[in-house]
Design a protein around this ligand. Structure first.
Ligand SMILES: [Fe+2]
Ligand SMILES: [Fe+2]
Length: 469
């Protein structure tokens, strides 16, 4: 490549060039590496322990998805180049080495510190070397990416102040050796067209670990506090005012599962991973919205539990090592998206709209606002289900015909089961219910919410729909 005068800018074609500037190959390599980071975060992300870190990694997954999407869009604007352009298998070896850390904290340093630092340097090289006039659209994308990487760098150094760790020297050495093989990506990597990179992880024995959950966030009593809240759900707006923050808080558990939906579907098109990245980020935000509202109302996570033995979003089956989780089979992924989109998300619109209007009219605008943003997100999530279920059914060799009728029948069945649970608990009421510690907890929390944020329509609000599942 020719250098222009004294600047570091280089002409991106030579005498033998066709229609594609040399810089495009570099963009393809950067895109593969960014996509690999996205997959690494999905593979390791459920190991964060603190609430805020769990929420943060979900937002980093979405950041990464936006980086990959912007690079793919730019790459596909060059004639004859596709966003899935093959890159060297050496890059796959490199990222697999980062993925296969001996422990989670090493992986965090590998991803956030080592790989990201090299990538930022290569982005800065790109800006120096490629014309800012001819290739201004790429410059604009890279400026945004570097800003995002800087936020992640700051986040990691703040995390390391809380969670001290020394990276294993053998791990650092293995990564350095791989970077040296590809000259730290300073030049486009020459490669054999027969040996191209597969998605990160597929040629390794790496398996995600079972989710790390603070044991004090788990309730093991016979009843979940939500069971007792469900008894009054339709009749008492105060029960719903208590229900929604807790219900939303637990949606972070769904986001943790969705990390694995993405990791275990490397064969699905990027557009699916992009949509599901948004979906999981939204669910993590719903979790955080609920938790924030809980705290405002004086409710702690230890009292109500993040998980409960009857949770639908519960734990994944582990392999015989008892630590790593089994892969999500194509049928499981279809059924998971079917259940979330067609049953849970579709089935809750009515009660959410009722709660929004009732909280707004009763003067609890903070709860109403939380409901409204969620309803907007959920409308998009249901569209993802309609859009992606046909492809997931095909991938799983499942018959997808009549899926809306099937969903409608299951929603009816879930309503019946929920109504029966309520009826059983109602029979238990007076005098026996008072001895149930979960019922006592419900009463305590309801009184606390009432004094923290009284509703003007507590007595006048009409009867609404029962809890749908
Ligand atoms: Fe949600
Ligand atoms: Fe959702």
């Amino acid at each position: 490549m020719t250098t222009i005068n004294s600047s570091k800018q280089k002409i991106q074609i030579d005498r033998h060039s066709g229609k594609i500037p040399h810089s495009v190959q570099k963009l393809c390599e950067l895109c593969y590496l960014e996509h690999s980071i996205h997959r690494m975060l999905c593979g390791w992300g459920n190991q964060f322990y603190a609430w805020d870190d769990k929420v943060a990694v979900c937002s980093h997954v979405w950041d990464q998805a936006c980086i990959v999407e912007s690079l793919r869009n730019r790459i596909s604007q060059f004639p004859g180049v596709t966003a899935d352009q093959p890159v060297s298998a050496e890059l796959e070896s490199l990222v697999n080495t980062v993925l296969c850390a001996a422990d989670f904290e090493d992986a965090i340093d590998g991803i956030y510190q080592i790989v990201n630092t090299v990538l930022v340097n290569r982005y800065l090289d790109f800006i120096e070397q490629v014309s800012a006039i001819h290739d201004a659209p790429t410059h604009q994308i890279i400026r945004q990416i570097v800003a995002t990487k800087d936020l992640q760098r700051r986040w990691r150094s703040e995390y390391r102040q809380r969670v001290a760790h020394t990276t294993d020297s053998g791990y650092l050495k293995r990564i350095s050796e791989h970077f040296e093989k590809v000259e730290y990506l300073k030049q486009p990597t020459i490669f054999d067209k027969q040996k191209t990179a597969a998605p990160l992880g597929v040629n390794t024995t790496f398996r995600p670990l079972a989710a790390r959950i603070d044991p004090t966030w788990q309730t093991r009593s016979e009843h979940d506090v939500l069971d007792w809240i469900a008894v009054d759900f339709a009749n008492q707006i105060e029960a719903r005012q208590l229900f929604w923050p807790i219900g939303y808080m637990r949606e972070l558990g769904l986001a943790m599962s969705q990390l694995h939906w993405i990791y275990d579907s490397p064969d699905m098109p990027w557009a699916f991973h992009f949509d599901e990245s948004r979906h999981l980020w939204d669910e993590s935000r719903h979790g955080d919205s609920g938790y924030t509202r809980m705290k405002e109302l004086g409710i702690t996570i230890n009292e109500v539990g993040f998980t409960h033995s009857r949770d639908l979003l519960g734990n994944r089956e582990t392999n015989c090592d008892g630590k790593t989780v089994k892969p999500i089979l194509p049928t499981d992924l279809y059924e998971s998206l079917f259940f979330i989109g067609m049953i849970a998300e579709t089935g809750h619109f009515k009660v959410k709209r009722e709660a929004y209007a009732d909280f707004r009219d009763g003067g609890d605008l903070a709860s109403a606002e939380m409901m409204l943003y969620d309803i907007i997100d959920e409308t998009m999530h249901v569209q993802y289900a309609h859009q992606w279920l046909p492809a997931l059914a095909k991938r799983a060799a499942l018959d997808h015909t009549g899926y809306e009728q099937r969903a409608s029948q299951i929603r009816k069945q879930k309503q019946l089961e929920a109504d029966n649970r309520v009826a059983t608990l109602k029979q238990k009421q007076k005098p026996n219910h008072e001895s149930d510690p979960t019922y006592q907890l419900y009463m305590t929390l309801r009184d606390r919410v009432r004094s923290s944020c009284p509703l003007s329509n507590a007595a006048s609000c009409p009867i609404r729909s029962a809890k749908p599942m």
